[in-house]
Write a protein that binds this ligand. Structure first.
Ligand code: G1P
Length: 266
């Protein structure tokens, strides 16, 4: 099934990327000459999205896409946005998009992580969508479990049947080592689950709590993410993303490879 609308929550304060985020919203920090969030938008469009809904704290991110000449490859995309007035959590951010999304299924992409351009992960997730939520999952090391939403899942062929999820558990309490990586395909019923959820981990309205409720009542499909998702929300992740994207760029890679070899030889 194709998923025509993508929601990209991007209202975070970016405290882990200060001082850059004193003046630039985190998703506009560039990886080479392109803001990180443009990779995320291109990923969504590559998977079939025709409409992108940003959840923002101000309009600067929207302006990158809508002011000036259209961006190549994104000319036909409808850009919409909604302001998240208060930072009440990721679940609340997703809920802010409810009036625009309406009763359509939608992809949700977190803006501080993206796979290398050309990834088929989100298209595979949209294909797998049959009315049940589809979640991208990644096995993580035990000590990293408290950084993620973690699912309860059983393997079915090369996929997972997900029966629950918990946000940022301790390694002892985690139902598995399968983490949510920030790529989701949701049925519109997720909005009711979020609206009904109380504040969870960190006192925030967590999308993972709504995922847990929906997985328990309707089931959910998990798809293993076999590619590295680059994490531009942290300084070392931004360095890794820059290196990975540069090495994947035919116009930059040959000279950059030589530069890296010289650096590593010192
Ligand atoms: C968010 C989600 C978490 C998910 C993670 C993926 O956490 O709440 O469930 O596993 O993104 O990166 P954050 O990184 O915003 O703390």
């Amino acid at each position: 099934m194709s998923v025509e609308v993508a929601v990209i929550p991007a209202a975070g304060r970016g405290t882990r990327m200060r001082p850059a985020t004193r003046s630039v919203p985190k998703p506009l920090i560039p990886v080479l000459e392109k803001p990180a969030i443009q990779y995320v938008v291109e990923e969504a469009v590559g998977a079939g999205a025709q409409e992108v809904v940003f959840v923002l704290s101000d309009e600067r991110i929207l302006h990158h896409f809508t002011q000036g000449p259209p961006i190549e490859g994104l000319e036909d995309v409808g850009f919409r946005y909604v302001l998240q007035e208060e930072a009440l959590g990721l679940g609340h951010a997703v809920l802010c998009a409810k009036d625009i999304v309406g009763d359509r299924p939608f992809a949700c992409l977190l803006s501080d992580r993206f796979p290398l351009p050309g990834s088929t992960l989100l298209a595979e997730m949209a294909d797998a969508y049959d009315g049940h939520m589809v979640l991208a999952l990644e096995e993580v090391e035990r000590d990293l479990i408290p950084l993620y939403g973690v699912v309860d899942a059983a393997p079915v062929g090369d996929r997972w049947e997900v029966s629950g999820a918990v946000e940022k558990p301790t390694p002892e309490d985690a139902p598995s080592n399968l983490a949510l990586v920030g790529r989701y395909v949701f049925p519109p019923s997720i909005f009711d689950q979020i609206a009904g959820a109380a504040a969870g981990a960190l006192g925030e309205i967590q999308v993972t709590d709504a995922i847990d409720a929906l997985a328990r009542s309707d089931g959910a499909v998990g798809i293993s993410c076999t590619e590295d998702l680059l994490d531009t929300g942290l300084p070392h992740g931004l360095a890794e993303a820059t290196v990975a994207v540069a090495l994947a760029r035919p116009d930059i890679a040959p000279e950059f490879r030589r530069f890296l070899r010289r650096q590593l030889a010192d």
